[in-house]
Design a protein around this ligand. Structure first.
Ligand code: ADE
Ligand code: ZN
Length: 349
């Protein structure tokens, strides 16, 4: 691997912002900023239970995952038309491009929208068009991952998959999100097996609030290729070994973990420990409009709070490309650009 040159500590935040990276854990509904929620509510003749953007933002005080999900699903209810989904994704992609995100794999929750009468093709077509336009106009590569809501039934997940089948070429994979505790991965074993047969990539949230056992079953029962969050793995030494040996990437989201109180403080985050144990950790924003920052804010804040180094930065960005579902040719191009960025930071010292 590239030998990371010494980079002065005061240049580290600029390097974190400048380095190309992939974002592999972003819920597009979680990128919906309060301003856009109000714009879409007005456009769709909906009345929100908040008088202003500031009032809505002040409701973003979470104590755990469920307290966040309640408000996140309410926010997503303003999305009704294809253009709404397009505008939301386009805004995220423009923001991500500013953070030097070269590639992103975007989660979306179709059941949130179909539950109140929005057709799945409205959702997927709007998001997909935004990805295509962003590639042409912003130079950012973007694909879609359909997530099943784990608090709903297996039957609902199967029904969603059936609805998505005519549009299957517009997604690269499936994931599993929403309320983790009480909804173990094995509830969706048969749905994931079917998705695997369809040739889709597989990921799942596990070990965010839930126990290491959920990470084991995401791997062994669902047969996922990446674990979303996975920070609870540190409580199981055998699991840590398995994740390291099999190069299973963890899509870690530091500011999300801080805001949902997975760790008492950002300084207590275990990202450094995961890297030290040889795990393929990555840094991501999860729901940036709700958790106070996009991907570069996640990088700069967790590095400042925990004292990670330029070497860690290179590893995290490199891991993000390696763990992506992009082609090997694209990965090599991005990894080359990553190396060039690091070399530039030494040269100008
Ligand atoms: N949906 C959106 N964000 C999520 C998270 N952090 N965990 C589970 N489901 C989610
Ligand atoms: Zn998530």
């Amino acid at each position: 691997m590239f030998k990371v040159p010494p980079i002065p500590a005061d240049r580290l935040p600029a390097l974190l912002r400048a380095m190309p990276k992939a974002e592999l854990h972003i819920h597009i509904e979680g990128s919906l900023e309060p301003e856009l929620i109000f714009t879409l509510a007005r456009r769709n003749d909906l009345t929100l239970p908040y008088a202003s953007v500031d009032e809505l933002r002040s409701a973003y005080a979470f104590t755990n995952l469920q307290s966040f999900l309640d408000i996140y699903y309410a926010g997503a209810s303003v999305l009704l038309h294809e253009q709404d989904f397009y505008d939301m994704a386009r805004a995220y992609l423009a923001r991500a491009a500013m953070d030097n995100v070269a590639h992103t794999e975007i989660f979306f929750d179709p059941q949130t929208h179909t539950a109140h009468g929005v057709a799945i093709e409205t959702v997927i077509n709007g998001l997909h068009r935004a990805c295509e336009d962003a590639r042409a106009e912003l130079g950012i590569s973007a694909t879609l991952i359909l997530c099943f809501l784990r608090h709903l039934s297996e039957a609902s997940a199967f029904e969603t998959l059936e609805q998505a089948l005519p549009l299957i070429d517009k997604i690269v994979g499936v994931g599993l999100d929403s309320s983790e505790l009480g909804h173990p991965p094995e509830k969706f074993a048969r749905v994931f097996a079917r998705c695997r047969d369809l040739g889709l990539h597989l990921v799942a949230h596990a070990g965010e609030e839930g126990p290491p056992a959920y990470i084991w079953s995401a791997l062994d029962v669902l047969k996922v290729e990446r674990i979303d969050h996975g920070v609870q793995a540190v409580h199981d030494a055998a699991l840590m070994k398995r994740l390291a040996q099999d190069r299973i990437a963890l899509t870690v989201c530091p500011l999300s973990n801080q805001k949902l109180r997975v760790f008492p403080n950002l300084a207590d985050h275990n990202l450094g420990r995961l890297l030290e144990a040889g795990l393929a950790a990555t840094v991501n924003s999860d729901d940036p409009a709700y958790f106070g920052g996009y991907i570069n804010d996640n990088f700069t804040q967790v590095f400042a709070a925990t004292g990670l180094t330029a070497r860690n930065a290179y590893q995290l960005a490199f891991n993000s490309f390696e763990a992506s579902f992009a082609s090997n040719a694209d990965k090599r191009v991005w990894e080359h650009r990553l190396k060039e960025t690091f070399e530039r930071f030494v040269e100008y010292d």
